[in-house]
Write a protein that binds this ligand. Structure first.
Ligand code: NCD
Length: 330
């Protein structure tokens, strides 16, 4: 019997998902968020990415998996690494890509997001990678177009491929996810990375504690299954991973705490705090880093940091996601 990944399936735990002899059939045409996925589907994406990781080590870094397919990279909000990572991932799978960036486009002439996408779809696009400042935009598009939709970050809602590459990196460095304790530190209120990480990590059996000043950690986050702490020092000794989130200045200015100095003093990771952590604690950051705010340079570039490994793994994750949704939309 084969396992079917469908939207109606209930979430399974990581151990229920680990039945390696049963072939897994992926059926989704979209990847909208980790909220929709079962533990089994998440593990399947991580395992598929592990298969693609080797492609990046070849001298000819290309496989024909998406030859003849067109991937539309639709960036309605600025992005550097996510856009480049998806573009390179699509290229490594031999897909053609077209890039849309809202600045200087017909969006500034009043075109709606759906009209923009429908026009580009008419050019024969099979999969859209969508980044949008409005939460839920990729979901609306998925209901209205035939092409597959991959969410590359929607407002404050979800950033599924970032959380997948974070989980992939944790599994690679620490050998497992189940049973670990992960601190997600900083601007939880405005962070789609935090939401997707909490959802994914909980599904795979990790404990999550969110840490930050009360103005940036809404109590409404607790029902997602995480602990809340307002002191980083209180949790340092008990966590296996610290994921330091960027302060999203573009979403609220600087009004949520007295000063950057004060924020760094209370919630920044530096060598003094690192010494109080478990010896092999993993320090993560989704980027872009504000050095001296979320973490100091010696920590960001030190042996516990896996920030560049996260970026490298992003490629394998995005290859896996593009491959799987292309299977789902056939
Ligand atoms: C994140 C994002 O855009 O949500 N960055 C990213 O995709 N690497 C996090 C951030 O901007 O802080």
């Amino acid at each position: 019997m084969t396992k079917k990944a469908s939207s109606s399936r209930k979430s399974r735990t990581a151990s229920e998902a680990a039945e390696p002899d049963e072939p897994f059939v992926w059926t989704r045409k979209d990847l909208l968020g980790l909220d929709d996925l079962s533990a089994g589907e998440i593990v399947h994406i991580l395992d598929t990415a592990a298969g693609f990781e080797e492609v990046s080590t070849r001298s000819i870094k290309k496989v024909p998996a998406l030859r003849g397919k067109v991937v539309g990279l639709m960036f309605f909000e600025p992005s550097t690494r996510t856009r480049m990572s998806f573009e390179l991932a699509a290229g490594r799978m031999s897909a053609d890509t077209i890039l849309f960036q809202s600045a200087g486009s017909s969006v500034s002439k009043g075109e709606t997001t759906l009209d923009t996408i429908r026009n580009v779809e008419a050019m024969g696009v099979d999969i859209f990678v969508v980044r949008h400042d409005q939460s839920g935009a990729p979901h609306m598009l998925a209901r209205n177009v035939r092409a597959g939709i991959v969410n590359a970050g929607d407002g404050r809602h979800e950033h599924p491929t970032q959380a997948l590459l974070d989980m992939y990196t944790i599994r690679q460095r620490l050998g497992r996810i189940e049973g670990l304790k992960v601190a997600v530190v900083g601007d939880i209120a405005h962070s789609r990375v935090a939401r997707s990480n909490i959802l994914g990590l909980r599904k795979l059996g990790a404990e999550v504690v969110v840490v930050g000043p009360p103005t940036l950690v809404p109590s409404a986050i607790a029902p997602m299954g995480c602990e809340i702490a307002n002191s980083l020092d209180d949790v340092l000794g008990e966590v296996d991973v610290v994921n330091m989130l960027r302060i999203q200045f573009e979403r609220f200015g600087t009004s949520m705490f007295p000063s950057l100095r004060e924020y760094h003093k209370l919630f920044g990771m530096d060598s003094r705090r690192l010494r109080r952590c478990k010896k092999d604690v993993l320090v993560m950051h989704p980027g872009p880093i504000n050095r001296g705010v979320e973490l100091t340079s010696d920590v960001a570039d030190g042996p516990n940091s896996c920030i560049l490994q996260q970026v490298a793994n992003g490629l394998a994750i995005r290859m896996a996601v593009l491959y799987l949704v292309s299977q789902g939309s056939q």
